[in-house]
Design a protein around this ligand. Sequence first.
Ligand code: PLP
Length: 471
Amino acid sequence: MRDPGPAFRRIPSIDELLKTPLAIEATDRFGRPALLEALRHCVEEVRGAAASGRMAVPNADAIVASAIASLQRASQPKVRPVFNLTGTVLHTNLGRAQIAEAAIEAATAAMREALALEFDLATGKRGERDDLVRDLLCELTGAEDATVVNNNAGAVLLALNTLGRGKEAVISRGELIEIGGAFRMPDIMARAGTKLVEVGTTNRTHEKDYAAALGPKTGLVLKVHTSNYRVEGFTKSVSGKALADITRAQNVPLLNDLGSGTLVDLARYGLSHEQTVREAVAEGADLVTFSGDKLLGGPQAGFIVGRRELIARLNKNPMKRALRVDKVRLAAIEATLQLYRDPDRLAERLPTIRLLARKRDEIAAQAARLLPALSAAVGLGYVATVVDCASQIGSGALPQETLPSAGIAIRAAGPRASGRALIKLAAAFRGLDKPVIGRIEEQALVLDLRCLEDEAGFVRNLAGLQLAERG
Ligand SMILES: *Cc1c(COP(=O)(O)O)cnc(C)c1O
């Protein structure tokens, strides 16, 4: 057996390592306990490697440097900005809406200082945090009253629990949806303590189906935006207006879950018309729920607007307290909603609308500008070309609609073009300082440039692309 003795003797002690100039500087940066821990770990590894004779013992500086490298890796934020070049503007896995500058400023100020969150500055008495955004929400939707919770899933849960606990919630079979992230209507209803009563069939639901289902046990009727799918062909659903007539006559509240919920007519920006919250309120829904971070373009939040008496009941539900939003988001919500008071400048100021409104030609010109930099960055093993793309809105808004866009497709060059080369390519882009997320499609990594605004930053970032030469 080899004698590990001499190798061990050459391993510097922790005390020696701590005295090196490199370690003294690192103590300042990471703190002594963390450095100590990292050094112990490194020495442990060196000892193991030396014992097995796998490697020569590194000198003190090399050991400290490796400890520092591991501390640096560990201190990298996990919450990191990325370039979303997937072509999906409101990408749930990439954080949905990018927040408007005005909202970022408001949120930053709210984080830094004390603020009148639940404090009425006029009277000096206790106030309600919802008061900060209630008037704006009412003005923008035409509703009598409004409340805010953590997200739209929470808004639906709160409304179902308040109006339907121990009672029946009537819903069309065609609207019993599952949206991403395990939000399934039947499950939410069960958790809200309401009994699901399905009416109609998957493809067709008539007014008479609802009318027959309503009775003394009915707590509410629920209408749900079928966000992420469409039933086509032989279909029939009951309009919100017709449904409101039925529920009014029976004195049963009608809840309309709009999902994405927009405050402006998207046709203004060349998209299809999507029912606005104001329209849903006007056609007679007693409560309307919608998200803050989908088409509205704000932070994660769930809004409930509608009849005063019902909103008051929601606010008295103890669940409301568990679902409330924090001051930082409230500040961002208020600033985002303020932007809607000037619709003419919305496309300038609100990133979601700005990105959705970008024209194909403008994006194609950007692709042409970026092509040389991308070609150079990927090297000879790959070929980059400008291509047409079809962007999506995402988050279940107008799921059928695609927006003409442009981007850059990168393919592995030559006869050895393989799926593996493509996977490596996508991984290299994800490995950049600011990860670039595209999508793999037809043997190419496609970067849809619709959401690329920081062109200079994108090019600088490319310098770090590490593609091992393909042999
Ligand atoms: C997205 C969506 C929800 C959930 O909204 P979150 O804000 O993600 O919680 C609920 N209902 C519908 C119809 C949706 O599209």
